[in-house]
Design a binder for this molecule. Structure first.
Ligand code: PLP
Length: 390
C-alpha cells in the first residue's frame, strides 16, 4: 500500500507509541487522583505533555487545553463564544471553504439565533482581506478561518487576518488542524487568539487534540461544551485520556525535527510529473500559497471514484475524509468556481515525512495507465478531444 492520504490521518510514529505504552499498561492512574502515586504520575505525564506543547508553540502552558481533537475544539469555540458574547452581538464570520465541522456547527448556531457570514474565496481558494474587513460589524463576536485547507492545502493570509481582527477587537479563531508538522506555525508572530491541533494529523494518536487560548488582559470567555469536573480549568470536565495526551505531547515534540522543504520538494516533483506526463490535468491553487504536502489535482473527465477503484493499492482521496461518503461535489472546489464535473474529477494527494521519492514514482507509474484506460473507454473524453465539449 502506498499511503498518500496524510491529510485524512497519519500513521502513528513508533516513538509516540513507545511513549504511550506505559500509560496503557502499568501507569493507569487517574490523573485527577492526586492522593496516590499512580494518580500523581499520570498527572505529571499530562503536565509534561502540556509543557512540550507549550515549548514547541512558544506559548505558556496555561494556554494549552487538552481535547479529543479539532472537531471538539471547533464546537467548543463556536458554541462557547456564541454563548458568552451574546451581550456584544450574534455575528460570526467564517468562509465557504471551511471544514464541515465549522460549517455544520455554524448552520446549527444560525438556528439558535446567530447571524453567520460565509465569505467567498477567489479562483485560488483565498479569502480577500477587503471582504473580511467589510463584513466585520459592531455585532461581530468571532472570526473563524482555517490556516491550511484540508482538501487543497491552500493558505489564507492568516497573519494579516489576525492583525485585522486585533485592530477591530474581534476574537480570531484559526482552525490550524492541517498546519502543524507541515509548515512553520509561529504563535509568537501570529496574533491568533484561539487555534487547534489534532494529534492524528501529525503522527500522533486519534482522539487527542489541543485548544490554544491566548491569555489576554481581557480574558477570552468560552462556555464549556460539556460540564463535569474541574479538569482543564473547568473548560472540559471528564477523566483525562492520559495515553492520548502523552501521545500528542510526544508527537508535537517530534514535529520540531520535520524538514518541510524535503516534503515540499517531493510534492513539487509529483506535480511536475503529473502535469507534464498526463494531458489535461491541472493543480488547484497556486504553489506559493499552499501547504508543503498537499496537491489537489483535476484530471479532466476522469472521475476520482473511478480512478481510485482502479488503483486499490494507493491511498489517495477525492476530498475530505469526513465527506468522502457524500455524492455531492466538493464544496471547496465549488466555492473556487469549479464545475461539478471538474470537482468530481479531482483527487487529493497528501504526503507526510514518511513519504519517499520511490513511492511517488511508483504511484505515478500505476496512476498513468489507470487514467489512460478510463479515458480510452470514455465517450465523453473522446467528444472532448474532438472539440465537442468545453
Ligand atoms: N479541521 C480541519 C481543517 C481538518 O482537516 C479536520 C480533520 O479532517 C478537522 C478540522 C477535524 O479534526 P478531528 O479529526 O481532530 O476532529
Amino acid at each position: 500500500m502506498i499511503y498518500l492520504d496524510n491529510n485524512a490521518t497519519t500513521r502513528l510514529d513508533d516513538a509516540v507509541l513507545e511513549a504511550m505504552l506505559p500509560f496503557l499498561k502499568e501507569e493507569y492512574g487517574n490523573a485527577s487522583s492526586l492522593q496516590h502515586k499512580l494518580g500523581r504520575q499520570a498527572n505529571q505525564a499530562i503536565e509534561r505533555a502540556r509543557q512540550f506543547i507549550a515549548d514547541t508553540l512558544q506559548v505558556q502552558s496555561k494556554e494549552i487545553f487538552f481535547t479529543s481533537g479539532s472537531t471538539e475544539v471547533i464546537n467548543t469555540v463556536l458554541r462557547g463564544v456564541f454563548d458568552r458574547y451574546q451581550s456584544k452581538g450574534n455575528h460570526i464570520i467564517t468562509c465557504q471553504t471551511e471544514h464541515k465541522a465549522v460549517l455544520t456547527t455554524c448552520r446549527d448556531l444560525e438556528k439558535k439565533g446567530a447571524t453567520v457570514t460565509y465569505l467567498p474565496v477567489d479562483r485560488n481558494g483565498i479569502v480577500a482581506l477587503e471582504d473580511l474587513k467589510s463584513a466585520i460589524t459592531a455585532q461581530t463576536i468571532l472570526v473563524c478561518l482555517m490556516s491550511a485547507n484540508n482538501e487543497t492545502g491552500i493558505l489564507h493570509p492568516i497573519k494579516e487576518i489576525a492583525e485585522l481582527c486585533r485592530e477591530k477587537d474581534v476574537i480570531f479563531f484559526c482552525d490550524s488542524t492541517q498546519s502543524l508538522g507541515k509548515q512553520a506555525f509561529d504563535l509568537t508572530t501570529l496574533p491568533i487568539d484561539l487555534c487547534c491541533l489534532s494529534a492524528h494529523k501529525f503522527h500522533g494518536p486519534k482522539g487527542a487534540g489541543v485548544l490554544f487560548i491566548r491569555r489576554k488582559t481581557k480574558p477570552i470567555q468560552i462556555a464549556p461544551l460539556h460540564t463535569g469536573g474541574d479538569q482543564e480549568q473547568g473548560l472540559r470536565g471528564g477523566t483525562y485520556n492520559v495515553p492520548a495526551i502523552v501521545g500528542i505531547g510526544e508527537a508535537i515534540r517530534l514535529t520540531q525535527k520535520v524538514d518541510f522543504s524535503a516534503i515540499e520538494n517531493l510534492r513539487n516533483h509529483l506535480e511536475d510529473r503529473i502535469l507534464t506526463e498526463i494531458e489535461d490535468t491541472f493543480v488547484n491553487g497556486k504553489q506559493e500559497h499552499r501547504i508543503s504536502n498537499t496537491s489537489n489535482i483535476t484530471i479532466k473527465y476522469v472521475r476520482a471514484s473511478q480512478l481510485m477503484a482502479k488503483i486499490p493499492n494507493i491511498a489517495i482521496a477525492s476530498g475530505s475524509a469526513c465527506v468522502s461518503g457524500s455524492r455531492d461535489p466538493s464544496h471547496v472546489l465549488k466555492a473556487m468556481g469549479h464545475t461539478d464535473e471538474d470537482a468530481f474529477c479531482s483527487i487529493r494527494i497528501s504526503l507526510s515525512r514518511y513519504t519517499t521519492l520511490a513511492e511517488i514514482d511508483h504511484a505515478i507509474a500505476l496512476i498513468k495507465p489507470a487514467i489512460q484506460s478510463i479515458r480510452d473507454q470514455s465517450p465523453i473524453w473522446k467528444m472532448y478531444k474532438n472539440g465537442l465539449l468545453g
